[in-house]
Every structure is written in structure tokens, then in C-alpha cells.
Write a protein that binds this ligand. Structure first.
Ligand code: AR6
Length: 185
């Protein structure tokens, strides 16, 4: 069953599924700084989106060098059912004393900021950094929920729909728990 949380008159949903199937305006790709979409959700997104995503990623990197950790950039979505892909670079977990928490929060903030600037009304997030980048799930879920909730409070008119689309059971459970305690986060 899908959980949700209300922020003012807005709802944030959590569901289990494959983010490449989402029809929201934008989906967020948990990318690396080179935008080489070689594994995890990024590979699934780049494969299903087709050449456009890799080409535009490559062109961006040629222009800007790299995407710093916690920042976000955007490409078209190619063959995906969404319209745009927001690529954000999560922190690699190095034990927690290297600014990981603030960098992870930045991923959510910067992705929503970029979406807002482009008039994007619906955004689907995966669980950034908790796959290949090994961020501890419970901590990542709490940061994710707290950061998105705060952003929506601060920008109540920006979005119609913000959600998480989580691949596996364990991840879905962690976000369900984080959202259940969100009043205290
Ligand atoms: N839909 C939704 N979530 C997914 C999907 C999917 N189709 N596939 C995997 N996940 P990860 P990271 C989940 O590793 O930790 C890549 O190589 C997955 O189960 O994709 O930020 C990039 O190029 C996990 O819960 O991202 C980077 O080099 C979550 O997505 C690096 O991995 C994030 O796992 C980024 O690592």
C-alpha cells in the first residue's frame, strides 16, 4: 500500500516500482559526476531513454567539465514516458564525517530548485546514494523526507506532485518509516 504525507494542501507519495515507467514531468537520475550512466538506476534510465540522454549528458560534460556532488542538471528524456531527466550526483558514503548528509540534502534541494525554475510540476525521485554509493538507508530516507518536505513548505505552489518511486521492498519500508515519523524529523 502506498503511503503519503501532507504538507499544507500538497501530498508527497511513496510507492514501490520502476522509475523508468513514471509519467511525471521529470524523473531524477542518481548519477555520477561524469554523467556516465553505467550502473544502477542510471543505466536503466539511459537504456530505456535511448541515445538522447547519453548524447545530451556527454555534451553537458564537455561544456561544464563535471557535475559537482549535490548539484543537478537536466536533459530531455528520449523514449521515456516522462518529459525530462534531472541528473543529480549523490555523495559516496565514506563513514558520515565527510559532509555526506548535507550533500545528500543538496541533491533533493537542487533537483527541486531546477525543476521549479523550468516550470516542472511533478517530480519522481529514486533513493539517491543508497545503491552503488552505499549511503545507509535509514539515514538517507530521513534526510530525503525532511529535505523535500521543507522545500515544499517553502514553495507551496511550485509542484502538483512529488513522489518517491522505490525499487525494492527494503527501501520502500525505510521511506515509509521515515515519512511516518516525518513530523519529528
Ligand atoms: N527504478 C527505481 N529505483 C531503482 C531502479 C529503477 N529502475 N534501479 C535501481 N534503483 P543506484 P547511487 C534503486 O546505485 O547509489 C550508477 O552507476 C536502487 O535499488 O542507482 O546514487 C551511477 O552511474 C537504489 O535503491 O544510485 C553512479 O555511478 C537506488 O535506486 C552510481 O550508480 C539508488 O541506487 C550512483 O549510485
Amino acid at each position: 500500500r502506498d503511503l503519503m504525507i501532507c504538507v499544507g494542501d500538497k501530498e508527497i507519495h511513496i510507492k514501490q516500482g520502476d522509475i523508468t515507467a513514471e509519467t511525471s514531468d521529470a524523473i531524477v537520475n542518481p548519477a555520477n559526476s561524469q554523467l556516465l550512466h553505467g550502473g544502477g538506476a542510471a543505466l536503466a534510465i539511459a537504456r530505456k531513454g535511448g541515445r538522447v540522454i547519453d548524447e545530451q549528458s556527454h555534451n553537458l560534460i564537455r561544456r561544464i567539465g563535471e557535475v559537482p556532488v549535490s548539484k543537478a542538471v537536466m536533459t530531455d528524456a528520449g523514449e521515456l514516458p516522462c518529459k525530462f531527466v534531472i541528473h543529480t550526483v549523490g555523495p559516496v558514503w565514506h563513514g558520515g564525517n565527510n559532509g555526506e548528509a548535507e550533500l545528500l540534502a543538496g541533491c533533493y534541494r537542487n533537483s527541486l530548485q531546477l525543476a521549479m525554475e523550468h516550470g516542472i510540476r511533478s517530480v519522481a525521485f529514486p533513493s539517491i546514494s543508497t545503491g552503488v554509493y552505499s549511503y545507509p538507508l535509514k539515514q538517507a530516507a530521513e534526510i530525503a523526507v525532511r529535505t523535500v518536505r521543507t522545500f515544499i513548505k517553502e514553495h507551496p505552489e511550485a509542484f502538483e506532485d512529488v513522489m518517491w518511486v522505490l525499487f525494492d521492498d527494503r527501501t520502500k519500508q525505510a521511506y515509509d518509516e521515515a515519512i511516518s515519523c516525518a513530523e519529528t524529523l
